[in-house]
Design a protein. Structure first.
Length: 115
């Protein structure tokens, strides 16, 4: 059973930076996509960034140029470097893994950006 363990997040002032990391258990033998989604109160969970094991990336327009996603296939991790953070980036961020038709989620980590 796949488990995703997140770390990072916290409170930062606007303009600051944070780094999120997520590690998955087990070995993946199929093509996979890992990444991050976020959810604010009263809103649906939405894409932040994803990266396939082939290197294809996708970013939400709102984070383009500020956030960078990276994967380490050997360490089975995905990270999200978040720079120039804005108050509207405040949300719970969820690690995401899509593989073999199944979606897996981490427990979520809070990111709060103060103005």
């Amino acid at each position: 059973q796949v488990q995703l363990v997140e770390s990072g997040g916290g409170l930062v002032q606007a303009g600051g930076s944070l780094r999120l990391s997520c590690a998955h258990s087990g070995t993946i033998f199929s093509t996979s996509i890992m990444g991050w989604y976020c959810q604010s109160p009263g809103k649906q969970r939405e894409l932040v960034a994803t990266r396939s094991d082939g290197g294809n990336t996708e970013y939400a327009d709102s984070v383009m140029g500020r956030f960078t996603i990276a994967r380490d296939l050997t360490k089975r991790t995905v990270s999200l470097q978040m720079n120039s953070l804005k108050p509207e980036d405040t949300a719970v961020y969820f690690c995401y893994l899509y593989i073999a038709g199944s979606t897996h989620w981490g427990q979520g980590t809070q990111v709060t950006v103060s103005s």
